[in-house]
Design a protein around this ligand. Structure first.
Ligand SMILES: [Zn+2]
Ligand SMILES: [Zn+2]
Length: 201
């Protein structure tokens, strides 16, 4: 039995049942629709708050703590990240004094902090980076739909080429859209431009 399981068992016995109509918290940088992919309905207790909130988080959490089950409310208020010294996203602004992500470097630290510690991560193959524009984080929309990709503006394609380098947007998506890689869709919180990140899978 892993450590702490006695305490969890006591919580399971004493925590009241979840509310009949459990609510989800609002996130600045994550749409409610995209939340469906990283939150499941559950009657189980959250390890962080010890309550049954009706939902548990199924997305990534970078922490050295043993496996923890978290409710989305403990993500939204920062208590899960603080309690387990973890982060939900994989944003590297600088490394060894060098700027790694120039667009992220233009965003205030408060935005980076909210994305790392109070915003869910999304399911990805190679770590979940975040898209930035206008000195702010993009709002995560979910996996990019074929429609979103075919409707991308020239401005959005130029931005994609600027942040992703080669292959270009047209090289990746132009030839045969059915065989495109996993692609994540964000919208700039300031100018509403579509932002895309792609992933090796
Ligand atoms: Zn909780
Ligand atoms: Zn923008």
């Amino acid at each position: 039995m892993p450590p702490g399981s006695d305490a969890k068992e006591r919580l399971r016995r004493s925590a009241p049942p979840p509310p009949d109509n459990p609510t989800l918290p609002a996130f600045t940088y994550f749409t409610p629709a995209a939340l469906d992919a990283v939150v499941k309905a559950s009657d189980e207790v959250c390890d962080c708050c010890g309550q049954r909130r009706g939902h548990l988080y199924t997305g990534p959490f970078y922490t050295t703590a043993r496996e923890v089950e978290l409710c989305p409310h403990c993500i939204a208020d920062g208590s899960a990240a603080a309690k387990y010294q973890g982060s939900f996203n994989d944003i590297i602004v600088t490394f060894d004094g060098q700027v790694i992500d120039a667009e992220a470097a233009r965003a205030p630290q408060s935005v980076i902090d909210e994305l790392l510690h109070r915003t869910p991560g999304y399911q990805s193959w190679q770590g979940n980076r975040w898209a930035f524009h206008c000195g702010d984080g993009g709002i995560f929309q979910g996996d990019a739909t074929d429609e979103a990709i075919s409707n991308a503006s020239n401005e959005a394609k130029d931005h994609f080429d600027h942040i992703n380098g080669r292959p270009s947007f047209d090289e990746l998506f132009g030839a045969d859209p059915r065989h495109r890689p996993s692609t994540y869709h964000f919208k700039c919180r300031q100018c509403a431009m579509d932002l895309f990140l792609w992933d090796m899978d």
